[in-house]
Design a protein around this ligand. Structure first.
Ligand code: KIV
Ligand code: ZN
Length: 388
């Protein structure tokens, strides 16, 4: 395995599905899991098996059909959770149990009324218990973003010693700044003696809109797995968006990383997830929003029509977006208008366009977008006048 491969851990079916109104049934989860495998994700977190019989069934059925990706089930650091997850995962070709516990002072005191030593003991016991069922055990230190680095390093060392293959460092409340999150990962890389025996994973929430930046800071500091969801779905403001981190890695080759993701499938899968979860994608969402490759202002349209690279740093075909769009609005210019008339079959010279443009802006001022029908009407009226 190359040191520069970033493993993509998709949690659309677990953390993403925790969004109110986004609950999926087993059939829907299976359909999405197959598409995620086709996309090239390395790990599919299929659910939280002890949470409901339906989620147990989903993890169980997904385990039967997924061939290349690892299938993962979430648990608390509780024996029964781990046993149920192991049972749900029993048919998986590559099963992974994802167990863990809160490690910040806030979680230790307010949630567990416990102590650091006690929590460390429970973390180790959970990993050891999970190892009785599967080889691949990921440990999460919930609220690691607000956990002191020294204690986090002690927990990380102990769970790796207990057999954890991956240690997840969640910024559960999306609190960290990118340099802080990167420094946290770097601290673990430099201060955990057995760190070479495990992969560090970034699991960043988007409460401050920093999830993608934090995940990238994490891999630059030494992590090699990113936990993310399609469309950035997830609790509250969501998780790291899969399409964003994948394209940051692809566009910035100088970082030296790669993933296994087939980026051409990003837009079709984004749409499928949006439809299946009944959760619209915001139009200005990076990579997969309906406006991500639309150009509406005159200055941009003129530049784009001369050379698309002037206003697009990503080729829309590379992410399966089906091309760029020129949208005609009151902010559009003559170049875009002439271009659209040409596409509609009208060959106007510069003087015609000048006259048509003055009529176009009057129409555009009263509409959000000027459509082809409006342009045909304009052209028809104009041609009637000049040929009369
Ligand atoms: O955000 C979080 O801390 C989580 C863990 C359960 C991994 O989702
Ligand atoms: Zn989470």
């Amino acid at each position: 395995m190359s040191a520069n491969k970033v493993h993509i851990f998709d949690t659309t079916l677990r953390d993403g599905e925790q969004v109110p109104g986004c609950k999926l049934n087993t059939k829907e989860k299976i359909e999405l899991a197959l598409k995620l495998e086709e996309l090239g994700v390395d790990i599919i977190e299929a659910g939280f098996p002890i949470s409901s019989p339906g989620d147990f069934a989903s993890v169980n059925e997904i385990s039967k059909i997924i061939k290349t990706a690892s299938v993962c089930g979430l648990t608390r650091a509780v024996q029964k959770d781990i046993e149920v997850a192991a049972e749900a995962l029993k048919y998986a070709q590559h099963p992974r149990i994802h167990t863990g516990i809160g490690t910040s002072d806030l979680h230790i005191k307010s949630k567990f009324n416990s102590t650091q030593d006690e929590i460390l003991k429970r973390a180790v016991q959970a990993v050891k218990w999970a190892k009785n069922f599967v080889d691949d055990v990921e440990f999460y230190a919930e609220d690691a973003g607000r956990t002191g680095n020294e204690y986090l390093a002690r927990v990380t060392e102990a769970v790796i010693k207990a057999g954890a293959t991956v240690v997840n460092i969640p910024d559960t409340t999306g609190y960290c700044l990118p340099h802080q999150y990167g420094e946290k990962i770097a601290y673990l890389v430099n201060n955990v003696p057995n760190i070479d025996k495990a992969i560090l994973s970034c699991h960043c929430h988007n409460d401050l809109g920093l999830a993608t930046a934090n995940s990238i800071a994490g891999i630059m500091a030494g992590a090699r797995q990113i936990e993310c969801t399609i469309n950035g779905l997830g609790e509250r403001a969501g998780n790291t968006s899969l399409e964003e981190v994948v394209m940051v890695i692809k566009q910035h080759k100088s970082l030296g990383f790669y993933t296994n993701i087939n980026s051409k499938q990003l837009n079709p899968l984004s749409q499928l997830v949006s439809d299946t979860m009944r959760m619209p994608v915001q139009p200005n969402k990076a990579i997969v929003g309906s406006n991500a490759f639309s150009h509406s202002s005159g200055i941009h349209q003129d530049g784009f029509l001369k050379d698309s690279l002037t206003y697009e740093s990503i080729n829309p075909d590379e992410v399966g977006a089906g091309g760029s769009k020129i949208v005609l609005t009151a902010r559009s210019g003559r170049s875009a208008l002439a271009h659209r008339f040409h596409k509609l079959g009208f060959e106007f010279v510069r003087n015609d366009i000048d006259v048509l443009y003055s009529r176009f802006v009057l129409v555009a001022d009263n509409k959000k977008e000027v459509k082809d029908e409006d342009l045909k009407e304009l052209a028809k009226n104009y041609l009637q006048v000049i040929t009369a």
